[in-house]
Write a protein that binds this ligand. Structure first.
Ligand SMILES: Nc1ncnc2c1ncn2[C@@H]1O[C@H](COP(=O)(O)OP(=O)(O)OP(=O)(O)O)[C@@H](O)[C@H]1O
Ligand SMILES: [Mg+2]
Length: 136
């Protein structure tokens, strides 16, 4: 049976690279469109890097879901780190508390078709990003 879900423990740059490569393979088996595959890989890369940088440890899930009308690839990044104090600010271009470009989260939102973020100091951060695959 084909695997419809991948789960990665993320705690280092090596984990990030592995997750990006595996997610790319997973996506290309679902959609051969290079642009779609690149968007999935970039999303996993940005969200996993944020986990390492700001939370230390967390998980990434990549799933294929068949909805009634379309197939989608869903990426969930979750951690129980310190959370994001001001989500609106963090979602804006060029906000970074880590001295980098601050384009990760807003970039992922632009690349994907659905984007949802939940974050607070008690539970940590959870980001859900979905890409629609049109040719079912
Ligand atoms: N998982 C997380 N836990 C806690 N804070 C986070 C997390 N992810 C993002 N943030 C906060 O949101 C800010 C914006 O994140 P974003 O990925 O857009 O930019 P960045 O990581 O700072 O820079 P870049 O991704 O361009 O290298 C971060 O600087 C950080 O303050
Ligand atoms: Mg980032």
């Amino acid at each position: 049976m084909k695997t419809n879900e991948l789960r990665f423990h993320i705690a280092s740059e090596f984990d990030v690279k592995l997750a990006v490569l595996q997610a790319g393979k997973f996506a290309s088996a679902i959609d051969s469109n290079e642009t779609v595959v690149q968007k999935i890989m970039t999303t996993v890369s940005e969200l996993a890097q944020n986990i390492v940088k700001y939370a230390g440890v967390g998980h990434i899930h990549v799933r294929k879901i068949c909805r009634s009308d379309i197939v989608v690839i869903e990426i969930i990044a979750e951690d129980t780190g310190p959370g994001i104090r001001n989500i609106e600010l963090a979602m804006g271009d060029n906000f970074s508390s880590g001295g980098t470009l601050g384009l990760g989260l807003p970039g992922v939102k632009r690349l994907m078709d659905e984007f949802h973020i939940e974050s607070n100091a008690k539970d940590g951060t959870s980001v859900t990003a979905v890409k629609w695959i049109h040719d079912k």
